[in-house]
Design a protein around this ligand. Structure first.
Ligand SMILES: Cc1cc2nc3c(=O)[nH]c(=O)nc-3n(C[C@H](O)[C@H](O)[C@H](O)COP(=O)(O)OP(=O)(O)OC[C@H]3O[C@@H](n4cnc5c(N)ncnc54)[C@H](O)[C@@H]3O)c2cc1C
Length: 396
């Protein structure tokens, strides 16, 4: 497997690095202070600048206005953008929009592409993905309760969702709902596009997560669908194909997340090492001379390097053989890298002592928000079970 990048890709990565360092990291203070009123106009200017430099939609094909990078190449970009919490948003590569763009591109009708995809690609709107329900296990979504019943030319949607990330301010939701209750369990649900101004769509609240309700794209909403009527043309893909499409959406999405996490690991590691050589625990004895810190630095370096190679290998396989063939690799990186991420942030905080707990650095923010990495897009246990099942099948 050759992961060597072309000279052109290396130049693109350098341009992203410089943009992140010079234009985005300086905005972290406003972001960490939660001052979105001051922040958002500046963020919107940066988005325009990114667009004018051709650094827009790195994950989208050229003919759709993106950069046309392969999954491996976008993986490298995602790592760079991951180094700051605003990175992906400024280049219109953030979850859940990136995943929604992908499924609209692949399964959307021409009318859906014109109405919903085009403004999303242009960065004029945002979207959300509404599958998980408070009353049913997200790890087994075939048990969902939300229904979409046909009436005349419409679907009438009723249900209760939560953790619909970025719903606050989104123009539309892609909702998973049961349309075919009599079908086999993986063929019961469909994806339906629901504009958020549809009567019956209610954003109940942004859920407080680890002490923060967030704002706009950085929030997670509880949503009620109550007699919510949308035209049947808003069905996305085939009726009953909801789970199949959701599975497709998660393959490349997990590469994006894992490489973003590796970006967080690299930044945390860098902050930790800089601090360890400066902070003296006694005159002439910086933290970096203490064996615990040395062990951590060596172990973290090894785990981050291993994570990157595993993710690039998975991306390489998806690029060549598709998500289905790479399902073991995708599950393995999902739980492995999420746990490396958690350990790396934790050790970087510990090394900084009280400073690590402050919002002077992004470490505490990541510690709060990225704990969820072991839960969303499939909890650790679910991925481990899938991998183990296939391992043992080969021994039957
Ligand atoms: C920050 C964040 C953002 C999210 N964004 C979105 C979003 O945008 N859209 C959306 O639809 N959903 C979103 N989710 C929801 C997420 O996908 C679900 O939380 C996830 O699928 C798990 O479902 P659950 O919370 O219902 O946990 P449950 O399914 O109730 O599981 C609870 C726990 O049980 C354990 N468990 C589950 N199954 C097994 C098993 N087979 N063996 C052993 N242990 C098991 C796991 O540890 C799991 O964490 C988000 C969640 C978070 C935290």
């Amino acid at each position: 497997m050759d992961f060597e990048l072309s000279a052109e890709t290396k130049m693109v990565l350098d341009t992203f690095r410089e943009f992140v360092r010079e234009e985005i990291i300086p905005l972290e203070k406003l972001f960490l202070a939660g001052d979105f009123e001051t922040l958002m106009p500046i963020v919107n200017e940066k988005r325009q600048k990114a667009k004018s430099l051709g650094l827009w939609l790195p994950q989208i094909p050229r003919e759709e206005g993106g950069m046309g990078l392969s999954l491996v190449e976008h993986g490298h970009v995602s790592e760079i953008l991951g180094q700051t919490p605003l990175g992906h948003y400024i280049f219109n590569a953030q979850a859940p929009d990136a995943g929604n763009m992908e499924i609209l591109l692949e399964h959307g009708s021409e009318a859906q592409k014109a109405e919903f995809l085009a403004p999303l690609l242009a960065g004029e709107t945002r979207s959300c993905f509404s599958m998980t329900e408070p009353d049913n296990p997200g790890s087994n979504p075939t048990l969902m309760s939300t229904t979409a019943v046909k009436e005349g030319d419409s679907f009438i949607i009723d249900g209760h969702k939560w953790f619909t990330s970025s719903a606050d301010g989104a123009a539309f939701a892609i909702v998973m709902a049961i349309t075919n209750p009599e079908a086999a369990k993986h063929l019961r649900a469909s994806m339906i596009i629901v504009p958020t101004d549809t009567p019956g769509f209610t954003l109940v609240r942004n859920i407080s997560v680890m002490g923060e309700t967030g704002h706009g794209f950085a929030s997670h909403a509880e949503i009620l669908y109550d007699n919510c009527r949308v035209p049947q043309e808003n069905l996305l893909g085939a009726e009953g194909a909801g789970f199949v499409i959701a599975q497709n959406r998660l393959g490349p999405g997990r590469i994006h997340h894992c490489m973003r996490w590796i970006g967080i690991c690299e930044r945390s590691f860098d902050l930790m090492c800089r601090y360890a050589v400066l902070r003296e625990v006694a005159p002439g004895r910086p933290l970096a001379t203490q064996q615990t810190i040395q062990n951590w630095a060596a172990e973290m370096r090894a785990e981050i390097n291993a994570s990157r190679l595993m993710v690039l290998q998975a991306a390489h396989k998806i690029d060549r053989e598709g998500s289905y063939a790479a399902r073991d690799e995708i599950s393995i990186i999902k739980f492995y890298v999420a746990n490396v991420l958690q350990r790396v942030i934790d050790r970087a905080i510990q090394t900084h002592g009280a400073m690590g707990m402050t919002d002077e650095l992004p470490l505490a923010w990541w510690y709060r928000h990225e704990r969820a990495a072991r839960i969303y897009d499939g909890p650790d246990e679910v991925h481990k079970r899938s991998v183990a099942r296939r391992i043992f099948q080969r021994y039957q």
